[in-house]
Write a protein that binds this ligand. Structure first.
Ligand code: NAD
Ligand code: MG
Length: 335
């Protein structure tokens, strides 16, 4: 009986992670082995309609790919808010587009959950990237910066090997980088633009996963950032929206292919999120200023609000989640 009690106490604490302020375990009750866990203080709840900035926003176009540190308001990627609880202790993650937006939110959260993290970004984003590197290091985790252009197959191969060498292995890949350029008419979509969108959003994840697969252990997780655009495309996002449908689709086919190897593949489908992608050509100026006004919360999401989803899909306790796409879009959109 005493042994059972000790084991279940250890399991409870391990399951909750390492940074909880206080965990009190009551004695066995009701003649069963079920134990009651209590926490100090109440969980904070907030009204999501007033939690983050609302439109209208200032007009603030930047050349592609944009720097989020120059945005007003600066996107909230959880820098001061995300609290970890050891959910990814010892894990090794590669995140593309880890300098800003959702990738940055995932990188910060992963480091605070105990993972070592390599981030890729476009070389002109060094300023945003160095902020993320500093935040990861502050957690005492390895932080590997790997700038380069994902439109190159050769670079994607090097990226995987630099990440594996720098981290000493790899068990989480977040294919998050994306190119979105708003163009009203298909007549104005150049072959170069179409090609750049396909290369960044479809080829790069293919090149990265293919190169990394022989090195991924059972239990590894692959996460793709798709979009509500996969399901309900905007007329000005002809090229982009179809790449997000492709992402949703590869999540589902690869989940079937890699399931027997013990590798899970899932996707995140954000709605309108306040990031550099939108102000560097991703949305028309009028849409930028009223960005997110059409959601049921009357505002765009902030990357920080999706961080826990990237954590959940990577975490070992989500062991039966594969081939799923998790939406986060303020009450509109799909899935
Ligand atoms: P973001 O601009 O902060 O991040 C996108 C990143 O992609 C850039 O930081 C850049 O590092 C990377 N990137 C693009 N082209 C690259 C290239 N050729 N080489 C290397 N890196 C390159 O914006 P975000 O909104 O956080 O974007 C992250 C993902 O979220 C993208 O896949 C995007 O399609 C998706 N998404 C965004 C929204 C939104 O409203 N912001 C909605 C749905 C999906
Ligand atoms: Mg960026």
């Amino acid at each position: 009986m005493e042994d059972n009690h000790k084991m279940s106490r250890r399991q409870v604490v391990a399951g909750l992670g390492t940074t909880l302020a206080a965990v009190a375990v009551s004695p066995v009750f009701g003649g069963t082995n079920i134990e009651k866990t209590t926490y100090e203080g109440a969980a904070k709840i907030s009204d999501p309609t007033t939690l983050h900035p609302k439109p209208p926003f200032k007009s603030q176009p930047q050349p592609w790919p944009g720097l989020q540190s120059k945005m007003d308001p600066v996107p909230d990627c959880g820098e001061t808010s995300y609290k970890g609880s050891g959910r990814l202790m010892g894990r090794k993650a590669l995140i593309t587009g880890g300098d800003s937006g959702m990738g940055r939110a995932a990188a910060i959260a992963y480091a605070r959950e105990g993972a070592d993290v390599a981030i890729n970004y476009y070389p002109t984003e060094e300023q945003d990237a160095q902020e993320v590197i500093a935040l990861i290091k502050k957690e005492g985790r390895k932080a590997i910066a790997i700038p380069g252009d994902l439109r190159s197959e050769e670079f994607c191969k090097q990226l995987v090997h630099k990440a594996i060498d720098g981290l000493g292995g790899l068990d989480i890949i977040v294919n998050n980088a994306g190119r979105q350029q708003s163009i009203n008419s298909i007549v104005d979509v150049t072959t170069e633009e179409f090609d750049a969108t396909m290369k960044t959003n479809i080829y790069a994840p293919f090149w990265i996963i293919r190169e990394a697969l022989p090195h991924l252990p059972p239990g590894a997780a692959i996460i793709g950032t798709t979009s509500e655009q996969a399901y309900d495309p905007s007329p000005d996002l002809y090229a982009y929206a179809q790449t997000k449908a492709a992402t949703m689709n590869y999540v589902k086919s690869l989940a079937k292919q890699l399931g027997p190897k013990g590798i899970r593949v899932n996707g995140v489908a954000p709605g309108p999120i306040w990031t550099a992608l939108q102000i560097s050509g991703g949305a028309q100026p009028e849409k930028q200023q009223m960005f997110g006004s059409w959601t049921m919360l009357g505002r765009p999401g902030q990357p920080a609000e999706l961080a826990s989803i990237y954590v959940q899909l990577a975490a070992a306790d989500a062991s039966f989640a594969s081939g799923q796409v998790y939406g986060s879009s303020g009450g509109v959109g799909q899935p």
